[in-house]
Design a protein around this ligand. Structure first.
Ligand SMILES: Nc1ncnc2c1ncn2[C@@H]1O[C@H](COP(=O)(O)OP(=O)(O)OP(=O)(O)O)[C@@H](O)[C@H]1O
Ligand SMILES: [Mg+2]
Length: 411
């Protein structure tokens, strides 16, 4: 089924709106790109609605100009340290076991799984079925059409702080765009970079951006664990600025041009003359010293990730290792450092298999942006597919969320 799909990646360092056209074979073609520097966010959370709203609006307008579409609805990425996730179960009786399981039974089981105690200041963003048990038969992927007395679903539930979600929603709505659904950023990234065999085997998706590191663990094809850590590439840059006593912008430039996560791989005699950057105090910086600062912070990041993997209890179940993405994944030496600290295979993942305006959105920094469109294509029931962006209603499975949104947002 063809159609159009729009995603807005609200990042700490960039806002990226993408407009995609989908053909009948579900092949994605990017027809609109709007990337602008981010403002108003800290660690993935909106701290200034005015600034963030202006940046989001600018990104949307750019994508509209390039695509020629008027964007009315979009998928919106959400992250930040207010995100929490848990796994739950929901059980329903099917009756006398004399009829096949129907979608309605699955929906009832999912509802039961969501009847967990969510604090009044939090809202469910995703409720994703991980697997089913039918009577005593575990590991049922799709129970529809099978016979049984008792259906049990295992679900992964992601919640966020209502205030943070509301701020994000009003920034997007201020730009005149409705929200089809909010998507947890690492789930979007996973759509763009994980291979099906990795998801089956057991894999950790690590999206290392500017302000956050988003982690999602996939086993047996579905999501088992997700979390957002409040650190990212900006922290590396900060450490460089403090360690070398230089401005943040110069530290960022040095990191991008000369950064390395493994000091032992850097020639000890190589230096950068920071006068050539125009605003340095006129001295040289040893590349190895730069790498030493980067290594310390990057190592700490991987240690945090390792702790979270162990805490999840799934650390023995991840033979496919780690797929590293996000802008920070471009840092030289990071893969090797990650392998050393995590003791798992690590590879860098970036979006592949997309057509259209791909030059400006190449590389791991755009995994979430592209993944948001793929999420829309793969997970949505019926929303705007086959229509121009925005016109029309929202898919059934998001009605709960949108109903909630309507309660809070001024119209
Ligand atoms: N070649 C590179 N080497 C090192 N770091 C890089 C490189 N390219 C980009 N980065 C870093 O990647 C970060 C931005 O990544 P990304 O675009 O994924 O962030 P974001 O999506 O805006 O933020 P977040 O997802 O954390 O809210 C910045 O900290 C930037 O310095
Ligand atoms: Mg990001």
């Amino acid at each position: 089924m063809g159609g159009t799909v729009v995603g807005i990646d609200v990042g700490t360092t960039k806002m990226c709106t993408l407009v995609g056209e989908v053909d009948n074979a579900d092949q994605l073609r990017i027809v609109g790109v709007g990337v602008v520097p981010s403002r108003g966010l800290r660690k993935g959370v909106i701290v200034s609605v005015d600034e963030a709203a202006a940046a989001i609006a600018a990104s949307i307008q750019k994508a509209e100009r390039i695509s020629g579409y008027k964007i009315e609805n979009a998928y919106v990425g959400v992250a930040g340290s207010h995100i929490a996730s848990l796994n739950t179960r929901g059980v329903v009786a099917i009756g006398r076991g004399d009829r096949p399981i129907m979608q309605e039974d699955v929906d009832r089981a999912m509802e039961a799984a969501q009847a967990v105690a969510v604090p009044h200041n939090r809202q469910i963003i995703h409720a994703i079925p991980r697997g089913f048990s039918l009577d005593d038969q575990e590991g049922v992927r799709n129970p529809i059409g099978l016979m049984g007395y008792r259906l049990e679903v295992e679900a992964h539930i992601v919640t966020g702080a209502i205030t943070s979600l509301r701020n994000l929603a009003s920034c997007v709505q201020n730009a005149g765009v409705g929200i089809t659904a909010m998507v947890l950023q690492p789930l979007a990234s996973a759509e763009a970079v994980l291979r099906p065999d990795e998801r089956e085997m057991g894999v950790v998706l690590v999206d290392a951006g500017g302000g956050t590191i988003d982690v999602a663990i996939f086993i047996e094809g579905s999501i088992w664990h997700s979390l957002v850590l409040p650190v990212g590439g900006n922290h590396i840059t900060n450490d460089i600025a403090i360690g070398l006593r230089i401005p943040f912008d110069l530290a960022e430039e040095l990191k991008l041009q000369h950064g390395h996560a493994l000091p032992e791989a850097v020639d000890p005699d190589e230096v950068v003359d920071i006068r050539s950057y125009g605003h340095g105090p006129g001295r040289v910086v040893a590349k190895r010293e730069l790498a030493t600062i980067i290594e310390a912070r990057a190592e700490e990041m991987f240690e945090m990730i390792l702790r979270e993997i162990k805490r999840s209890g799934y650390d023995g179940l991840l033979p496919a290792g780690v797929v590293l993405t996000g802008g920070t994944a471009r840092l030289a030496g990071l893969v090797d450092l990650g392998q050393r600290v995590l003791n798992l295979p690590v590879r860098v993942g970036a979006p592949t298999d997309i057509d259209g305006l791909v030059e400006s959105i190449e590389g791991p920094a755009y995994s979430t942006s592209v993944g948001m469109l793929l999420w829309g294509i793969h997970h949505d029931s019926e929303p705007d597919r086959g229509r121009r962006p925005g016109r029309g209603g929202s898919g059934g499975r998001h009605d709960r969320f949108l109903g909630w949104l309507r309660e809070f947002l001024p119209r």
